[in-house]
Design a protein around this ligand. Structure first.
Ligand code: FAD
Length: 394
């Protein structure tokens, strides 16, 4: 049966706007103190020290129950925090996965012991998780994972290889998707999620350098690693269902369209100065084709934000929105690929240096990183397949 997309208008509550003021003040102080340099795609920049500061401010795990280290605030407040951190280009990569995904997953599927052991440490900004899904022959097609766990006394023996594991070399744990029984006709059956502590014997971490030459990814090899029963997440055999249930949270947030916002923000000052020099000062700035081009980017940004915010509001109310989230990620990440390119063209037309100053630095970073936007977290081709299925077209 086909479904319709619904993106009802969502308004942020006053408490969220109050939080925005606090977060901006915090970021201003941190910038003034030199605690970070704003980055493009800053959720891929890790600073454990910065994460611990956010933890001390009560801004990690902020929607979780207090007994697990949370602050019981709303997901719309978390939304505002996220957009402010990304817009400022703050280095939030160390805790990103554990705050966005691991905590909510443990809340939903974890045991009480797992929640007490890991969630308060995540909320303090002291415990980081990596995602162990992709393998050399299983990225888009996760049902093809070959990493397997065999039953042994008191737990599981894990053997296999994961690739593209972001920040695994700085993480304490990884949630590994693996096969716990042979592939059947239903390819999604027999998969499970194990919580693996990355200092366990039998684990080898090999760096993979990215396009920019940075060590962001890893290949992680598991050679008969013992994982106790207490580290099974949810039910054995339910791995696929558990992974899919996280997708709406993972795919619809501001990190799917704000990653390169600092490039746009840093262009505006030099652009205004340039237009002011070359135009008749009495002429309205809106008449310039360059400001029209910037306006086109801003309107796309505003539309994406409204769609994403709409999902955040409905997720808070308990809706299931994988397809809407896939639409936001497809449109948002295409915008992320477009933004640095458009900013480059606008700057070049305005005679602004593409190499100097804050704009030049952020642009250079963005050009190297933007290609990954439409791959990470599920490629756009896969998303469109899911959207077509959701609409009853496949
Ligand atoms: C910055 C970044 C960070 C990442 N971090 C992690 C991480 O921490 N942990 C992790 O597990 N993985 C991570 N990944 C991996 C990412 O999830 C995979 O790269 C992605 O899912 C695609 O899988 P693949 O690379 O195997 O490509 P493939 O699945 O081999 O796809 C190759 C191409 O074929 C297309 N394609 C494949 N199947 C279909 C189909 N059925 N229909 C149409 N087109 C298709 C794809 O769209 C793609 O263009 C990261 C990737 C990036 C770029």
């Amino acid at each position: 049966m086909s479904q319709r997309f619904l993106f009802p208008h969502e308004r942020l509550p006053e408490v969220a706007e109050t939080l925005r003021v606090e977060v901006r003040a915090f970021l201003r102080d941190e910038l003034a103190a030199g605690s970070f340099v704003p980055g493009s795609d800053s959720w891929m920049n890790a600073s454990p020290e910065f994460s611990r500061k956010l933890g001390r401010a009560g801004w990690l795990g902020m929607t979780w129950p207090k007994q697990y280290g949370g602050a019981e605030r709303s997901s719309l407040e978390r939304y505002v925090l996220t957009e402010e951190l990304l817009s400022a280009g703050a280095p939030v990569g160390a805790h990103w996965i554990s705050d966005r995904q691991t905590g909510p997953m443990l809340l939903r599927y974890g045991t009480e012991e797992q929640r007490m052991r890991f969630m308060p440490a995540i909320a303090r900004g002291e415990c980081y998780f990596a995602i162990g899904m992709s393998e050399p022959d299983a990225g888009s097609d996760l049902a093809a994972v070959r990493t397997r766990a065999d039953r042994v006394d008191g737990g599981w023996r894990l053997t296999g290889r994961k690739v593209w594991s972001s920040f695994a070399h700085e993480a304490h744990c990884m949630i590994v998707l693996c096969r716990t029984s042979p592939k059947e006709e239903n390819r999604h059956a027999g998969l499970s999620q194990l919580l693996v502590e990355l200092d366990a014997p039998g684990i080898e971490m090999r760096p993979i350098l990215n396009l920019a030459g940075h060590h962001h990814f890893n290949e992680v090899v598991f050679d008969e690693v013992f994982v106790p029963d207490t580290r099974v997440v949810g039910e054995i055999g339910d791995g696929w269902k558990q992974v899919v249930s996280e997708l709406a949270y993972e795919r619809s947030g501001p990190e799917r369209f704000l990653s390169y916002y600092p490039v746009l923000a840093s262009l505006l000052g030099p652009l205004a100065a340039q237009i002011g020099q070359t135009n008749n000062p009495t002429q309205n700035l809106a008449d310039s084709p360059l400001t029209t081009a910037v306006g086109a980017l801003v309107t796309q940004l505003a539309t994406l934000r409204q769609m994403s915010l709409s999902i955040a509001g409905r997720l808070q109310a308990g809706a299931s929105l994988e397809i809407e989230a896939a639409v936001v990620k497809d449109l948002g990440t295409r915008f992320e690929r477009l933004l640095p390119e458009q900013a480059r063209l606008i700057a070049a037309s305005a005679g602004i240096s593409l190499h100097d100053g804050e704009f030049g630095r952020l642009l250079a970073e963005a050009v190297l990183r933007a290609p990954s936007s439409t791959l990470r977290g599920g490629t756009n081709e896969i998303l469109r397949g899911a959207i077509a299925r959701g609409l009853g077209l496949r």
